[in-house]
Design a binder for this molecule. Sequence first.
Ligand SMILES: [Mg+2]
Length: 244
Amino acid sequence: MYKIIVFDKDDTITKAKTNIDTEISNLFSKLLEKNKVAIITWWNFDNIYTQIVKLLPKNTNFSNLFLFPTIGTQMYYFKNWEWKRKYAEFLSEEEANYIKSVLEKWLKDLNLIPEKYWWELIENRWSQITYSALWQKAPLEEKQKFDPDKKIRQKLVDYVKNDLKDYTIGIAGTTSVDITKKGLDKAYWIKKIMENLWIKKEEISFIWDALFPWWNDYPVKEFWIDCIKVNNPEDTKKYLKNLK
Ligand SMILES: [Mg+2]
């Protein structure tokens, strides 16, 4: 039996960037009664907290829940009625400023600065710098129309990568490009779960739709962890209902 069930957030527990719905929230809470559960996502702690944790039933056994925001560069656990951070691997201020300056330069050169929403294009998420082509809070519809084939963002990646050789650059979500430290490979978060929760890789089950679009199913194939692919939160509900 698995010792931990790990869930991706967007399009697995919730639709992209939205809150957990009541049905899945109840199923999730039930799962937490007896099982360790982790959430791994690109989003930061506040996002996971507001969109999932806060909306779970009050009597949920939170001590079984572990959060791995920003792709596992941080870990949170619940103890003595509060969420505590176990570790965080943040970029230094110098690194963050350098990445920002590179992005700004190429966004200007490539004429990728939109008239609207210019003020929040680049965000420091501490362990990653995120470029959001429109704006974090732009309507989902507008975002989905922006770069569905990822061509615009791929162009940006192609230009910035020379200046950012020490970093991993990934296209994420509907409008984002994320920049993190190099050591953050496809199996990074799996290693972190194993290391911090004393769990073996064969004891991990992973439920996801597509966590790293450009990494495909590497976490499964290369690291041999068990994986269940879902298409949306409705599939996840079916999975949760079928659990004994
Ligand atoms: Mg996803």
